[in-house]
Design a protein around this ligand. Structure first.
Ligand code: P6P
Length: 335
């Protein structure tokens, strides 16, 4: 009998996030499926968020709530909607002990400590990073980080204060011209695109590699006068050596461009933010894991980001990440 001629073409991609996660789970005989459940909760909630973002002008979800978040920043309606969607989806999983979010001052304890509940994971996220750009249709995103729950402390909230190298998964979803989920579980970086016609994230790259070099930097040069002199010297070098400059002002959009095309992203210390502006636990660390797993480098300036021991949930840090050669070039000015 002749083999059935397939009518499917190569471009008919049939590997979804769900089938990818299940196939990865099969590779670990001792896997319980609880880790997979967390990533599927992130998948479900970010699909919901993507739908809200894409219909923002058609539904009354644009604009600010008139309230401030824990950082005294104006809270956008969609910030709160995204935060609640992620918390609701993650709380429904029996593997999440603690949730920490940019929108909540204190970490949320999900585990029932009185019943001796042994939930193994902590999930941290920025539910809608760059949301101030919503009105202008720039790329914004959700950034997430997953840790194993550390029970050594009597205070469960201290479990979120683990250095970035202890992350078991990290990633982001960018709500841009398409909705793209980029993640790592420590074995390379995978990229998925949301296919709205079937409502599934479809695998488009199983091993994302950041270009080792690309003469492009991403920084808010409006603050150049308040950067440390060493950063100013690097920028003067870049101006004279054929570098291009690209800056959206939305970390997920800027880092995603760097991951795909190469280059270097910087948020140096400034007079206004002497420690840096971006948050260590749910912005710098997850992005650092992604960039390193894709072959790049990520520093707080002088220290590898993933080695920094956190002291506070909403701790800020300066960020330098991207192509290894470009990060090395910046470091050569900082030393
Ligand atoms: P600036 C967005 O508000 C954000 O937190 C990041 O997404 C972005 O990289 C940064 O702030 C932009 O900050 O000071 O350049 O507007």
């Amino acid at each position: 009998m002749n083999p059935v001629e397939t009518l499917l073409t190569e471009s008919d991609n049939l590997t979804s996030l769900q089938s990818y996660l299940l196939s990865e789970e099969d590779k670990h005989p001792d896997a319980t499926g609880r880790f997979t459940w967390i990533l599927s909760a992130i998948s479900l909630s970010t699909k919901f968020i993507s739908d809200k973002v894409r219909r923002a002008r058609l539904q009354d979800v644009l604009g600010s709530l008139g309230s401030q978040n824990v950082h005294d920043e104006s809270q956008q309606k969609l910030d709160v909607i995204a935060d609640e969607a992620l918390i609701r989806c993650l709380r429904s999983r029996n593997s999440v002990a603690i949730v920490a979010s940019e929108e909540n001052e204190e970490p949320i304890i999900v585990e029932n400590y009185n019943q001796g509940d042994q939930r193994p994971y902590v999930v941290l996220f920025d539910p809608l990073d760059g949301s101030s750009n919503l009105d202008t249709c720039c790329g914004i995103g959700t950034i997430f980080s997953v840790l194993e729950h550390d029970r050594r402390s009597n205070n469960p909230k201290e479990s979120v204060l683990q250095p970035g190298y202890r992350q078991v998964a990290a990633g982001y979803v960018i709500y841009g011209s398409s909705t793209v989920l980029v993640m790592t579980t420590g074995s390379g970086v995978q990229m998925f695109v949301l296919d709205p016609s079937i409502g599934a994230y479809m695998l488009v790259n199983e091993n994302v590699q950041i270009p080792t070099a690309h003469k492009s930097y991403s920084v808010n040069e409006a603050y150049i006068e308040s950067f440390p002199k060493s950063y100013q010297n690097y920028l003067h070098y870049a101006h004279k050596n054929g570098y291009s400059s690209r800056y959206v002002g939305s970390m997920v959009a800027d880092v995603h461009r760097i991951l795909v095309k190469g280059g270097v992203f910087l948020y140096p210390p400034t007079e206004k933010a002497p420690e840096g502006k971006l948050r260590l636990l749910y912005e710098a660390n997850p992005m650092a894991m992604i960039i390193e797993q894709a072959g790049g480098k990520a520093y707080t300036g002088t220290q590898r980001t993933l080695e920094l021991q956190p002291t506070e949930v909403h701790q800020r840090v300066s960020v330098l990440l991207g192509s290894s050669d470009e990060v090395d070039k910046v470091l050569s000015f900082l030393e």
